[in-house]
Design a protein around this ligand. Structure first.
Ligand code: FES
Length: 275
């Protein structure tokens, strides 16, 4: 395969490149990615891997095996360009570079050039393009749809009970249960020990959902993620889920995997990004 990084324009998109293997000078690994979806909003996250494998076998029939699998998170801005420049919330001497949309290497380089110009007062033609305060008119509809999607995630507070007992949660899995007004994230570890936390995300109160592939609690509102035992691993939340003593849970469960339809105009899929 020719050296390079290639991606298609499908939605969700796919990308491929090769990488070296430690201690093997003769072979390389083919890295295949894509099937992006919003954090916490994929009903069966394992399906993303299945789709990716199916796509890979179609494109490269020679593939015999998949050596590794992984997933990660990227921050998408509404118009796909990073926020690089003055931090709008912290005065003129604080600068920010974020919202890389999967293009961290490129944006990191641009940030080094642009922010140094801003600090010393040089003009830079990219200032407005990456201005964190910009309001891209062309992306207004996307902005509205994204906000509608986020608001929709709070309907989790109204979801009915689904399974009868938290004892039905298999080892190594989690589920959200109700105990009166309390909504609880319950994880049964591999030894059968039950670990319980408040299911309310400490950021802005979204209800976390169990991610059966990565064994994490993911917030569908703005993408915060927590370990199975409730420790924060991805912001915007900056604290853990509230730990609860054992026995707090009752025998009801809200269905966290069957999602209602998205608000009109939002597929729930992130726009394509450069890997
Ligand atoms: S409410 Fe959970 S990330 Fe914002």
């Amino acid at each position: 395969m020719p050296k390079g990084l290639y991606w298609d324009t499908e939605d969700p998109y796919h990308y491929i490149r090769t990488t070296l293997i430690d201690g093997d000078a003769e072979h390389e690994l083919l890295v295949i990615g894509g099937e992006d979806h919003r954090t916490g909003q994929k009903e069966h996250p394992e399906e993303s891997f299945a789709s990716l494998e199916q796509w890979s076998r179609q494109m490269f029939p020679v593939i015999s095996d998949f050596t590794y699998r992984w997933s990660g998170q990227i921050m998408e801005t509404i118009d796909g360009l990073a926020f690089i420049g003055h931090d709008p919330g912290h005065g003129k001497n604080v600068f920010v570079a974020t919202g890389d949309s999967g293009m961290g290497m490129t944006h990191g380089t641009i940030a080094g050039m642009l922010i140094s110009d801003l600090i010393v007062g040089n003009e830079n033609p990219w200032t407005e393009l990456y201005n964190p305060s910009r309001k891209p008119v062309a992306a207004a509809l996307e902005y509205i749809a994204e906000n509608a999607n986020t608001g929709w995630q709070y309907t989790d507070y109204l979801r009915p009970a689904d399974i009868k007992s938290s004892a039905d949660i298999p080892c190594g899995e989690g589920a959200v249960i109700r105990n009166g007004a309390e909504i609880i994230a319950v994880y049964q570890d591999q030894c059968g020990k039950t670990i319980q936390c408040g299911a309310k995300c400490p950021h802005l109160g979204g209800i976390v959902r169990w991610n059966s592939v990565e064994k994490s609690w993911d917030c569908p509102a703005h993408g915060s993620r927590f370990t199975a035992t409730g420790k924060v691993i991805n912001g915007p939340a900056n604290s853990n889920l509230r730990p609860l003593p054992e026995g707090t849970g009752a025998d009801q469960e809200i269905k966290t995997t069957e999602l209602p339809p998205m608000p009109p105009g939002d597929s729930g899929i992130e726009p394509p990004a450069t890997p």
